[in-house]
Write a protein that binds this ligand. Structure first.
Ligand SMILES: *[C@@H]1O[C@H](CO)[C@@H](O)[C@H](O)[C@H]1NC(C)=O
Ligand SMILES: *[C@@H]1O[C@H](CO)[C@@H](O)[C@H](O)[C@H]1NC(C)=O
Ligand SMILES: *[C@@H]1O[C@H](CO)[C@@H](O)[C@H](O)[C@H]1NC(C)=O
Length: 479
């Protein structure tokens, strides 16, 4: 095989590998033109400050000036007074990156001049107004090995079309000298310094900032969320899209998820600055992670039953449904241990979240010597409705359970009619488990946000396989 055909084969193989390993995101972030405009506004303010500090090299040389003769000149202590970028536009360019176009920028600088004509020396200061500066920057986005976003300057060009200079002193020929010999050098120096500073600012400020994306967000002692990028961010003509893994994992033992994310058909909404798509995969990996971490276990004890529900958690209450209980375990406190036999699984559709978890409830009698005597094992199921919201950059929620249905899985106290026990179990779970679960859900789970970002004007809508969250962004500059 020739070198060329080998290269073709490798190229095709790499493409095949890339295609087969391409994964759908569990979580998607879209920044719209409105969001890019907002980012541009803050980015330009930072760039303006950086450019106002750029350092210019001294300029010196020899030139012949009409009616004066050979002149040796030096410009030194060139200092920028300010740099203004009043007009700028950011445009996403399909599959390429972001283009930032800055027009009609202007700057002012001053410095010292020194000339030598034959044996005569003179010096003074000058002031320079540079106008009609055009800067075009192409930013390329990528992702590093940790799945964090990267940004770099793929291209930068600066063009200055107007320079006005004012010299102290009364040498009219200095202006001729400037325009014939110095202006183009100075212009070139400034043009290249502008791009040097753009590259530096993108690297130091922008790259550092976007790396604050929390690609692994530890959420409590048991679980974390993996928000790493599964591919470099994509630009379309309308937006900048980032595909994130969007997967909860158990801190103790991370294992592969037994199902894959489904594709998210993102709508073309663009009113908000940013949109998040949280897939059903994202939520279902939460179930797996908490299940793996052994966190989906809950005990109901007598002390937890509110006094106003009108019953005690003891065998005398339950013997109304199970007559054998009275004889075997007379007047003993009971306890339930609730656990999920499998990780809960939900589906999301345009109508919302539908969710029918199954919970095992093992009942025990507590013997006088504190030993637990297993009584019976129930399987509980019911329709759960979820309300989801966004607060302080976190997805929060609350659940409500419809009527719980029971079935008997096992018993050491004989068989009995579980149907009779239904309302008792309903009251018991909704007064103990549900408030505690909702308190946890109300603390929420962090969204993948960069530092110092606040969300407002939240929109929430269910689509097939995912929850769409729209928001506007507020950036709190440092200091
Ligand atoms: C049941 O036990 C409680 C205290 O454990 C006691 O106060 C009550 O009198 C007992 N009832 C019966 C019927 O034995
Ligand atoms: C507790 O009491 C029960 C019944 O009286 C007995 O079978 C069991 O061995 C006791 N357990 C301990 C740890 O003493
Ligand atoms: C859950 O809702 C569905 C349809 O709304 C219904 O057919 C089903 O019986 C409900 N399940 C329970 C356990 O209530």
């Amino acid at each position: 095989m020739g070198v060329q055909s080998l290269a073709v084969a490798c190229g095709a193989l790499a493409l095949c590998l890339a295609l087969t390993t391409a994964t759908n995101p569990g979580f998607m972030v879209r920044i719209t033109q409105a969001g890019l405009d907002y980012a541009n506004q803050h980015g330009i303010a930072i760039l303006e400050k950086e450019l106002a500090q750029l350092k210019m090299p001294d300029i010196s040389g020899d030139s012949r000036v009409l009616r004066v003769g050979k002149v040796h000149y030096e410009l030194s202590r060139l200092r920028l007074r300010d740099f203004h970028l009043p007009y700028s536009r950011i445009t996403p360019i399909s599959n390429m990156g972001l283009q930032v176009s800055i027009s009609n920028a202007f700057a002012e600088l001053d410095g010292d001049w020194r000339v030598k004509v034959f044996f005569v020396r003179d010096h003074g200061s000058f002031n320079l107004k540079v106008e009609n500066i055009y800067i075009k920057i192409i930013l390329r986005l990528g992702s590093d090995t940790n799945g964090k976003p990267t940004i770099s300057t793929a291209d930068c060009s600066a063009r200055i079309s107007k320079v006005r200079v004012l010299f102290s002193g009364k040498f009219g020929w200095l202006y001729n000298l400037f325009h014939s010999a110095i202006e183009s050098k100075l212009r070139k120096n400034l043009e290249s310094k502008v791009c040097d500073n753009v590259v530096k600012s993108v690297h130091n400020d922008l790259q550092t900032y976007i790396q604050t994306l929390p690609v692994t967000a530890k959420i409590d002692g048991k679980t974390g969320i993996d928000y790493s990028l599964v591919a470099p961010p994509r630009t379309t003509a309308q937006s900048l899209d980032a595909d994130l893994k969007g997967e909860f994992y158990s801190l103790g033992h991370r294992s592969t998820v037994p199902f894959s994310p489904l594709p998210l058909a993102f709508p073309s909404d663009h009113e908000h600055m940013v949109y998040f798509g949280a897939s059903s995969y994202f939520f279902n990996t939460a179930g797996i992670a908490y299940h793996k971490a052994g966190a989906l276990v809950f005990e109901i004890t007598e002390a937890m039953i509110p006094k106003d529900v009108g019953f005690r958690l003891d065998t005398s209450v339950f013997s109304a449904f199970i007559p054998q209980l009275e004889e075997m375990y007379p007047n003993m406190t009971m306890k339930f241990r609730l656990s999920a036999p499998t990780a809960p699984f939900l589906t999301i559709g345009p109508g919302g979240i539908s969710f029918q978890p199954t919970v095992d409830a093992q009942a025990y009698a507590i013997l006088p010597n504190s030993t637990l005597a297993p009584l019976f094992l129930l399987s509980l199921t019911g329709n759960v409705s979820a309300v989801i919201n966004v607060r302080s950059g976190r997805i929060v929620g609350s659940l409500d359970v419809g009527r719980i249905r029971l079935s008997l899985k096992d018993s050491t106290v004989g068989t009995f009619q579980v149907r009779m026990m239904q309302s008792l179990m309903n009251i018991m779970t909704s007064s103990t488990l549900l408030p505690r679960l909702n308190a946890r859900l109300d603390e929420g789970f962090p969204l993948p946000l960069l530092d110092r970002i606040q969300l407002s004007n939240i929109l929430m809508r269910f689509h097939q396989n995912f929850l769409l969250l729209g928001a506007d962004v507020h950036f709190q500059p440092q200091g």
